[in-house]
Write a protein that binds this ligand. Structure first.
Ligand code: IPE
Ligand code: IPE
Ligand code: MG
Length: 245
């Protein structure tokens, strides 16, 4: 019997979200389901990020901010934190292979002071290596927390006021935005959280003000280009009012 192919919606290329935040969650559960160590899930999750970023770059997304390690993730067992840091170091060390030909600019956001010298040097190298690229900006959020980010901005403003370099009247939403790690990125249009959790877990609190949210049960390592396309198709159906009628 012949079934008419369901009319598939197509992406509206004039309404591609400029900045997408991704909470890369569900790596551990993905691994557990397969009888693998959690670290295998994290490794697969890193592959998924690369695939999704290349897809996003291809369709014209300007910026992706990917949550890789939160300020709360230090509370995991030391063995898992160490495995994550090792993976990160390996990933950054392979920047030439991972990013060659992608045109992607890599940046790390978050409090780097708690990361080892070895990892900081690898971050510097990876940022430098991709700095001449002209495509999508990938912000990897490492030791990142939205509250820490806002606190840091507030402290910086307080310091400027105390030093007489800024007046109280000179403090605005704009001045706080300029002190966020995302100051040079477009507004966050869409935040994606897979793995069946419905929370922000301290991700992009300031930037999420008018972002659209997209949730799914898929664990991050299984997330495909098709899922990303679906998230954007759904985003394009939303009516973003920004408080207006
Ligand atoms: C997300 O996957 C990666 C990090 C938080 C580093 P999880 O490790 O949180 O995976 P689940 O949530 O336990 O499945
Ligand atoms: C959020 O995931 C952090 C990252 C994906 C890096 P978590 O797994 O840490 O979040 P909770 O604990 O479920 O809220
Ligand atoms: Mg998790």
């Amino acid at each position: 019997m012949f079934f008419k192919k369901k009319n598939r919606r197509k992406l509206d290329m004039n309404n591609i979200p400029q900045h997408i935040g991704i909470i890369m969650d569900g790596n551990g559960r993905w691994a557990k389901k397969r009888g693998l160590p959690r670290s295998a899930g994290h490794r697969m999750g890193a592959e998924t990020l690369k695939k999704i970023v290349i897809y996003c770059n291809k369709i014209g997304v300007k910026c992706v901010t990917a949550y890789a390690f939160s300020t709360e993730n230090w509370n995991r067992p030391k063995s898992e934190v160490d495995a994550l840091m090792d993976l990160l170091y390996t990933y950054l060390g392979q920047v030439e292979e991972q990013f060659k030909g992608t045109n992607v600019i890599l940046r790390v956001i978050g409090d780097r002071s708690a990361l080892s010298d070895k990892i900081n040097a690898a971050i510097d190298h990876a940022e430098e290596y991709t700095s001449k690229n002209t495509g999508l900006v990938l912000n990897v959020a490492l030791n990142y927390g939205g509250r820490a980010e806002i606190t840091r901005a507030a402290k910086s403003l307080a310091e400027e006021i105390a030093a007489g370099r800024r007046t109280l009247r000179g403090v605005s939403e704009q001045s706080l935005s300029e002190l966020m790690y995302t100051a040079n990125s477009p507004e966050v249009d869409l935040i994606i959280r897979p793995s069946g959790e419905y929370r922000l877990s301290n991700f992009l609190l300031w930037q999420a003000a008018y972002a659209e949210f997209w949730f799914s049960n898929i664990n991050w390592p299984d997330f495909s280009e098709k899922d990303m396309e679906q998230a954007i198709l759904d985003y394009q159906m939303r009516n973003r009012r920004f408080g207006k009628v």
